[in-house]
Design a binder for this molecule. Structure first.
Ligand code: FE
Length: 357
């Protein structure tokens, strides 16, 4: 990132913080609607990369139940990390939330997070979906799958991620750019499972079979498949759910045409990732931050993530939504998600070497 943009971000950020901390954009408490005395003026400042409506609604419910005001600052994960690193112990951030484990790991490596101990969180989040030092916890699971147009392709044509490098898929694969962390974590998982050489050969094979140079986000890949620009998209499941329930009728139409295939069911499993949260080292409201994570991993909040945002719950007491269930059960990759963070740098290097834009 260029220096100039970092400064610009910091200035914008400072304005946002002062706006939020003066209460202009936070949750308001009216005179006749006082929170419990013990929680008056209690806040938790959340730096989040997650950009979904569900999160805002969940924060509101949390405030209603606890009286703790949630101040939200949204931004790109790397920019938020940069900012927390620059601000150091003076940072206002209490809780850092990202849409990918790679960035949680980056924050941990930079010493921006702290270990916490909460029996409730540990009970809510299975061991493989949280940091081994309890510096971050998964909030939702997402699977990166193969998506196809049901009128043009049959699921029998698919088997594994590795199969996509075969000549039969030449000019047929659409996928977003390698600067995207979801792709970086996908490749990081292959480095963990198959080793660096094979991971590199896979990335090269995908580049060779791309229908077009990578562009757009995951939804754009789905649209490209329906438009006939490619036959298979590599993308995260929940975007299909979001499109199926979209206010935009065009997105609904696209979603109706698409099928989901979970690759590697007979081998190493489908790639999963988590969005997650970690309490910051600089936190001035640590107890409130822990309370928020306890709430977000609770049955109540997990049901919201599952039904409104079509993500897989981390809490095993909660079932996936009907739409998600209609795609069928699947076997996920069996690796500790910490490896996605540890292999991130290597993945980025490989993408550069093979020319995955
Ligand atoms: Fe996303």
């Amino acid at each position: 990132m260029k220096k100039r943009s970092v400064t610009a971000i910091l200035v914008t950020g400072l304005i946002m913080v002062s706006t939020i901390l003066t209460g202009c954009t936070g949750n308001k408490t009216t005179a006749n609607q006082q929170p419990p005395a013990s929680t008056q003026n209690q806040v938790v400042n959340v730096f989040t990369e997650r950009h979904y409506e569900t999160d805002k609604q969940l924060f509101e419910v949390f405030t209603k139940e606890t009286g703790i005001k949630v101040n939200v600052i949204e931004g790109k994960a790397d920019e938020l990390i940069e900012r927390m690193a620059t601000e150091g112990i003076d940072s206002q951030a209490d809780l850092f939330i990202t849409a990918d484990v790679g960035r949680l790991h980056r924050a941990k490596e930079k010493g921006l997070l702290q270990s916490t101990s909460s029996d409730i969180i540990v009970k809510n989040v299975p061991e493989n979906l949280r940091d081994k030092d309890n510096q971050w916890y998964g909030l939702t699971v997402r699977a990166r799958v193969l998506v196809y147009d049901k009128n043009k392709v049959t699921p029998a044509q698919f088997s594994t991620y590795e199969d996509l490098v075969q000549p039969k898929w030449k000019g047929k694969i659409v996928v977003r750019s390698s600067s995207n962390i979801y792709n970086q974590s996908l490749l990081a998982s292959f480095i963990a499972i198959n080793g660096e050489e094979q991971a590199k050969a896979w990335a090269q094979g995908i580049v060779d079979n791309m229908a077009r140079a990578p562009k757009g986000n995951d939804r754009d890949q789905a649209k490209a498949v329906v438009a006939g620009e490619g036959e298979v998209a590599i993308m995260n499941t929940y975007y299909l759910g979001q499109m199926a329930s979209s206010a935009d009728p065009e997105e609904v139409k696209v979603a109706e045409k698409l099928g989901v295939f979970f690759p590697n069911q007979d081998t190493t499993g489908t790639h999963i990732n988590v969005s997650g949260a970690g309490v910051t080292k600089a936190s001035k409201n640590k107890e409130n931050a822990i309370k928020l994570v306890e709430f977000l991993t609770s049955v109540k909040a997990q049901k919201e993530y599952a039904s409104a945002n079509y993500e897989y719950p981390v809490n095993e007491a909660v079932e996936a939504s009907d739409l998600i269930k209609s795609w069928g059960e699947f076997k996920p990759q069996n690796i500790n998600l910490t490896l996605l963070g540890e292999n991130n740098k290597k993945a980025v290097e490989i993408f550069d070497q093979v020319g995955w834009k």
